[in-house]
Design a protein around this ligand. Sequence first.
Ligand code: ZN
Ligand code: ZN
Length: 354
Amino acid sequence: MGIQAWLLQQLTQFFGLQSLLHVISTGDYRSLLTVGGLGGMLAPLIPLLMVFELLRSIALRKFKREDYQVPLLTLVLNRFIGNFISIAMIGFCIGLFQRFAPFQVGLSWYGLPYGYVVWELSHFVYHFLAHKVRLLWCLHATHHAPVAMNLSVNYAHIFLEGAYADFVRTSICMLLGVSPPLLVLIMIIDMFWGQFIHLGEHVLRDGRLGVLRRVILTPSHHRVHHARNVLYMDTNFCNLLNLWDRAFGTYMEQRDDIVIEYGITREIKPNNLLDAQLGEFYLLAVDVWKAPGLRNKLLYLLMPPGWSHDGNHHTAKLAKLALLQTGSGQSDAAGPAVAAAPTTSPGSEAAPAT
Ligand SMILES: [Zn+2]
Ligand SMILES: [Zn+2]
């Protein structure tokens, strides 16, 4: 394949145009009414919006190369391995767990709301654990590394995170009777929304979306999730409905008196792809290596980021408690407990678009 043909193929894939081009070339426009057709129509929207967002930040003279560099390099890395592993994992979980469901809910008027509530629960579980179990945080931290919000953040994921997320979400959905066709439909809608909520302030200054924020997880909620401000950390884990965040007490609205600072609480080498991808794994390995005894080594893998075997913890939960006890609750920066953490603590996040 010549370089031009290869470039054209890569651009077609990036903009998600394969399905639409296929429909146009075959003239089979009725296929747009199927679940696959819906995915084909939605796929190009976010990449096109990202190009608009990028051009707008250039026009406003606010473009910074480092805001895009690491996420887009990660996209290139993931294109080769991540997608393949994710699809294999979904198929594996369907084969393993669907048979244990006590009932099956398919594509129907009540199936979609039921399936979505279950899907949101499964997404909450995956995402909550990704923040609260340090080994899983290593998989998820790449998504929280960017220090600005824009649509390229969608692509900032270590390739193994997709497999972990799909394992948890697909397993829970299968066990609770969501049929595979319904799951695929929900995944398509969710992928679109999960990408949209990363829209940056250059395009959508106030992401609260009015009264919709009462039930929908808005770009504003997700900006809060990506913040490393102590009060915002570990909140808003849902993706489209904020139902389970409200149920489990992790719901947080954006406050006018707190300026969001994006990123994770440890210093990260700017523009360093290796640090964004593997920095957390390295720090975890150092802690495990130095920890006395097998029990402590295991606990470093399973306890939240910031946990320490000597009791000198710097977790997000303790930092938040300390801040609230001082009575201010107004801080717009990472508090000293977390900022001084020797290891790391989560900034407050998708998935793969999540
Ligand atoms: Zn997160
Ligand atoms: Zn995100």
